[in-house]
Ligand binder design. Structure first.
Ligand code: LUZ
Ligand code: MOS
Length: 776
C-alpha cells in the first residue's frame, strides 16, 4: 500500500492539466452550438435554418437528416441524436450550428426558427403510471412466500419513500473535439467514461466502420456516471461536422446548457410493506419500485436492476418480493449516477428499519444488528451467498468507536430540554455489489510497453475522471517491476490501443483495468526473468557482449511458457535468489532482452471470474464480491427554520487492503459528501412546462464547506481475508456515497422526536423546506 499522490495533483495545481476545452485551437477549427427544444413534448413541424445560415461566419447547420443513423442508446436504441419528429423533453437537441467564431454562433442561434405543435407532457411518476407509460415490462426478484409471511407477521408497516433525482455537477461540462483525418477517418477527444461507445455510435451515425474512428480520453473534469452514456450526442455532433466540413469541430456546452440537456439520477418512488416480530426481526418484505427514466431508456433498466439487487442491503430477509417498473416521462433521460440504483434500494430498507424501530420504540441500531447477515442467515434474495460475516463486526466496532450508546442518551437528553433545536443520531450500512450486472462488461485489457531506459507506458480501457485510477494502475505496475512509481506513465485511453473498453463505471475501473495491466506487466517480467537467468549463467566478463552489435551467432532463446521464479526484482536490480550478492541493474536486463530480440511489450486481459445472473428469474451470483461499510451521523435541526447541520459522522469501511490509502480516503470523503447533497440540499425544481429552474450553482445547492460534518472520522477496517481481487483491494468509488443515507435517517430520527404527525414520512432529499413542513 502506498499513499503516493494522485498523478494529476501537481498539474491540477499548476493549471497544466489538460481538459477538452484546454486543447489549443487548430487551424480552421469550428465552434459548435446546439439548439434545443423549448417544449417538453411536441411534434416537430419544421426547423427553418435560412436566416441562421445567412449570418457571416456560419459554416453549416445540421439536423437529424444529416445522420446515417440518428438513433442510439446503450441498451435500447430509442434516443435520437437530434429530435426528428417527436420532441420528448425540454432541452432535447434539435440542430447544431458550426461557426467560425463564438460571435457568429451567438447571432445565428437566435435566428433558428423552430415550429412545434406542443403536446401535454408527462411530468411525474404518478402520471406515467396512470397513462401506462413504461420503458420495459416489470422485473421481479423473489424468495420464499411473502404473502404468507406478511399475513402471519405480528406487526406490519406499509409506507412509501420518494427519492428525487440529482444533478452530477461535474466541473467540466460535456465536451468533445473531432479531428478529420484521411479518407473519412475521425479522431475524437471526448470527455467520456466510455470511449468504445463513442467510437461505435459515431461510426453508426456517420456510416463509418469502427476502425475509421478513434476515441481518445486524457481525463475528465469529473463524471460521476453522467458521462457513462451521455457524452455520446456531443461527440457525434462534433464528428458529423468534422466529417462534413473537413475541419476540426469543437462542442463544449455551458454549465446551464449541460444542466438542462443532460440526464440526472433516476428519481424513485417505492411502496413497501414489511412484516416483523416483537424483536424487530424482518419476516417478510414487499417492495414495488417505480423509477423515472425520463424521455428515453438510457441505462434505466440496469439502474432498476441494481436498485432491486440492493433492497436487502446488509440485512437478511427470509421472504421477499421486489418488483421494479420504469416510468417514461418527459424529463431529460435519467442516467447513471455514482451508486447507480444502489442508493435507491438501500435508502428504502434503511428507512424501513428506522420505522420498525420507531414503531417498536426500540433502538434502530439494535434492530439493524439483529437483522444483518450472519450465521446461516446469509443468502440474498437473488440467491448469492454472503461468504464473509462482516456486518456484525462492522456494527459492533463503529458502535464502540463512535460512542453511539452514550451519544444516543445525550441526544435524548438534549431533545427533552432544547427549545431551539432537535437532534437525531443514526447508523446505516452499505453492502455494494461489485460487478456490472451486465456480465459482458466485466472484462478489460491493457497494453504495457517497457522502454529501454526502464520507464513504462501503460494503456488500459480505464478513463481517469479524478478518481485516481491512473495512480492505482501505476502503483500496481511499478510493484511488478520493482521500480519507482514515477517510472510508470499511464497514457491517455484510446480505442486504437485498447479494444472494446467497458465504461469506467460500477466502481470497477481499477479492479478490471489494474488487473489487466498487472497481467501484462507480469508477462514481460516473466520474459525478463528468463533473460536474467541466462545472464546469470553467462560468465561475468561476457555478460555485456551484445549479440546484435557483435554479430554473435548465439542469441538467448527463451521459451515463454517457462518461468524462472528464482530470479527476483528489487529496487531496480535483479538477482538470483540463491546468489543475492550478484546483482544486475534491471536496465541491463531490459537491454539484454531487446538485443536478444525478446519482446518488451505485452497485452493483458482480465475478467471477473464466477459471475452469472439470470435477469428473467432474478437469481444468480451477480457480484464478484461486496464492498461493505457502516456510517453513523448525528444531526441538529433548527426548530424555527428547519436548517440542518451535521454535527458528526463516523465511517468505517472494509476496503480490503487499499492500493493507495490517500486515494481511497479521498474517494470515501468525496462520495459521502456527494451522497450528503443527494439526501439533503440538492433539489431539482422544474417549471410547470417541464423546464428546469435550478440550472446553475446559484439555485442548485451542492454541499458547501458549511454543510459537511463538523466532526468527520473515516476509518478503514483491516481486512486481510480479502484475497479475491487485485492486491487484496476492494472497489471504493461508489459504496461510501450510500453511507450518507445515515444523515437522512438521522434527520428522520430527529423529526420523530419532535413532529406531531407520526410516523414521520419525509422525502429524500430532506431539504430545509421539507424538514420545516414536517417539524410541527
Ligand atoms: N453501469 C452499468 C453501472 O452499466 N451497469 C452496472 O451494473 C453499473 N453499476 C454501477 C454503476 N454503473
Ligand atoms: Mo457509474 S453510476 O458511471 O459507475
Amino acid at each position: 500500500m502506498t499513499s503516493a499522490p494522485h498523478d494529476s495533483s501537481h498539474t491540477h495545481v499548476t493549471g497544466e492539466s489538460e481538459f477538452i476545452d484546454d486543447r489549443p485551437f487548430v487551424a480552421g477549427e469550428l465552434v459548435v452550438g446546439i439548439v434545443c427544444s423549448q417544449v417538453a413534448r411536441g411534434k416537430l413541424v419544421q426547423i427553418d435554418l435560412k436566416k441562421a445560415l445567412a449570418v457571416p461566419g456560419v459554416v453549416g447547420a445540421y439536423t437529424a437528416k444529416d445522420l446515417s443513423e440518428n438513433y442510439w442508446g446503450t441498451i435500447f436504441q430509442d434516443q435520437p441524436i437530434f429530435a426528428a419528429e417527436d420532441i420528448n423533453y425540454f432541452g432535447e437537441p434539435l440542430c447544431a450550428l458550426a461557426c467560425e467564431t463564438p460571435e457568429a454562433l451567438r447571432k445565428a442561434r437566435r435566428l433558428v426558427e423552430v415550429k412545434v405543435t406542443p403536446l401535454v407532457p408527462i411530468l411525474s411518476i404518478a402520471e406515467a403510471r396512470k397513462k401506462m407509460s413504461f420503458i420495459a415490462p416489470p422485473r421481479v426478484i423473489q424468495k420464499g412466500n411473502v404473502e404468507d409471511a406478511l399475513k402471519n407477521a405480528p406487526h406490519r408497516i406499509k409506507g412509501k419513500i420518494e427519492m428525487a433525482g440529482q444533478e452530477h455537477f461535474y466541473l467540466e461540462s460535456q465536451a468533445a473535439i473531432a479531428y478529420p483525418g484521411e479518407a473519412g477517418q475521425i479522431a475524437i477527444h471526448s470527455s467520456t467514461q466510455h470511449p468504445t461507445e463513442i467510437q461505435h455510435v459515431v461510426a453508426h451515425a456517420l456510416g463509418l466502420s469502427y476502425s475509421d474512428v478513434v476515441c481518445i480520453v486524457k481525463r475528465m473534469g469529473g463524471a460521476f456516471g453522467g458521462k457513462e452514456s451521455q457524452g455520446v450526442p456531443f461527440a457525434v455532433i462534433a464528428a458529423l461536422i468534422a466529417k462534413r466540413t473537413g475541419r476540426a469541430a469543437r462542442v463544449v456546452i455551458t454549465k446551464d446548457e449541460d444542466m438542462v440537456i443532460t440526464g440526472k439520477r433516476n428519481p424513485f418512488e417505492n411502496d413497501y410493506e414489511v412484516g416483523f416480530d416483537n424483536d424487530g426481526r424482518i419476516l417478510g418484505l414487499k417492495v414495488n419500485m417505480f423509477s423515472d427514466s425520463g424521455a428515453y431508456a438510457d441505462l434505466s433498466t440496469a439502474i432498476m436492476e441494481r436498485a432491486m439487487l440492493h433492497c436487502d442491503n446488509a440485512y437478511f430477509i427470509p421472504h421477499i418480493k421486489i418488483e421494479g417498473l420504469i416510468c417514461r416521462t418527459n424529463f431529460s433521460p435519467t442516467t447513471a449516477f455514482r451508486g447507480f440504483g444502489g442508493p435507491k434500494g438501500v435508502a428504502t430498507i434503511e428507512n424501513i428499519l428506522e420505522e420498525i424501530a420507531e414503531y417498536l420504540k426500540k433502538d434502530a441500531l439494535d434492530i439493524r444488528e439483529l437483522n444483518c447477515y450472519q450465521g446461516t442467515n446469509n443468502v440474498t434474495p437473488y440467491g448469492q451467498t454472503i461468504t464473509q460475516e462482516i456486518f456484525p463486526r462492522l456494527f459492533k466496532q463503529l458502535r464502540k468507536t463512535s460512542n453511539y450508546d452514550q451519544r444516543k442518551k445525550e441526544v435524548a437528553d438534549f431533545n427533552r430540554v432544547s427549545k431551539t433545536h432537535v437532534r437525531g443520531l443514526s447508523m446505516t450500512a452499505v453492502k455494494f455489489g461489485i460487478s456490472f450486472t451486465t456480465r459482458f462488461l466485466n472484462q478489460g485489457s491493457a497494453l504495457v510497453n517497457l522502454h529501454l531506459d526502464g520507464t513504462v507506458q501503460v494503456s488500459t480501457g480505464a478513463t481517469e475522471m479524478g478518481q485516481g485510477v491512473n495512480t492505482k494502475i501505476s502503483t500496481i505496475v511499478a510493484e511488478v517491476f520493482a521500480i519507482p512509481q514515477n517510472a510508470v506513465f499511464v497514457m491517455p485511453t484510446s480505442t486504437e490501443k485498447i479494444h472494446n473498453t467497458s465504461p469506467t463505471a460500477a466502481s470497477s475501473g481499477s479492479d478490471i483495468n489494474g488487473s489487466a495491466a498487472q497481467l501484462a506487466a507480469e508477462t514481460i517480467k516473466r520474459r525478463l526473468q528468463l533473460v536474467a537467468d541466462k545472464l546469470f549463467n553467462t560468465p561475468k566478463e561476457l555478460r555485456g557482449r551484445k549479440p546484435a552489435v557483435m554479430g554473435l551467432a548465439e542469441e538467448f532463446n527463451i521459451v515463454e511458457s517457462n518461468s524462472a521464479d528464482h530470479i527476483e526484482f528489487e529496487n531496480e536490480f535483479v538477482f538470483n535468489r540463491s546468489n543475492p550478492g550478484d546483482r544486475v541493474p534491471l536496465k541491463e536486463v531490459i537491454e539484454a532482452a531487446y538485443l536478444n530480440r525478446i519482446s518488451l511489450g505485452a497485452h493483458g486481459y482480465y475478467r471477473y471470474p464466477g459471475i452469472h445472473y439470470n435477469k428473467e428469474t432474478g437469481q444468480g451470483n451477480p457480484f464478484f464480491y461486496f464492498t461493505n461499510g457502516v456510517g453513523a451521523s448525528e444531526v441538529s435541526i433548527d426548530r424555527f427554520t428547519g436548517e440542518v447541520k451535521v454535527l458528526r459522522t463516523d465511517i468505517l469501511m472494509d476496503l480490503g487492503r487499499p492500493i493507495n490509502h490517500g486515494v481511497d480516503y479521498g474517494q470515501t470523503t468525496g462520495a459521502f459528501i456527494q451522497g450528503l447533497g443527494w439526501v439533503t440540499t440538492e433539489k431539482l425544481y422544474y417549471n410547470k412546462d417541464g423546464s428546469l429552474l435550478t440550472r446553475s450553482p446559484s439555485t442548485y445547492k451542492i454541499p458547501s464547506v458549511q454543510d459537511i460534518p463538523r466532526i468527520f472520522n473515516i476509518d478503514f477496517l483491516i481486512n486481510d481475508e480479502n484475497r479475491k481481487n487485485l492486491s487484496g483491494s476492494k472497489a471504493v468509488g461508489e459504496p461510501p456515497l450510500l453511507l450518507a443515507i445515515s444523515v437522512w435517517t438521522a434527520i428522520k430520527n430527529a423529526l420523530s422526536a419532535s413532529a406531531r404527525k407520526k410516523p414521520v414520512t419525509i422525502k429524500l432529499p430532506a431539504t430545509q423546506e421539507e424538514i420545516l413542513m414536517n417539524l410541527y
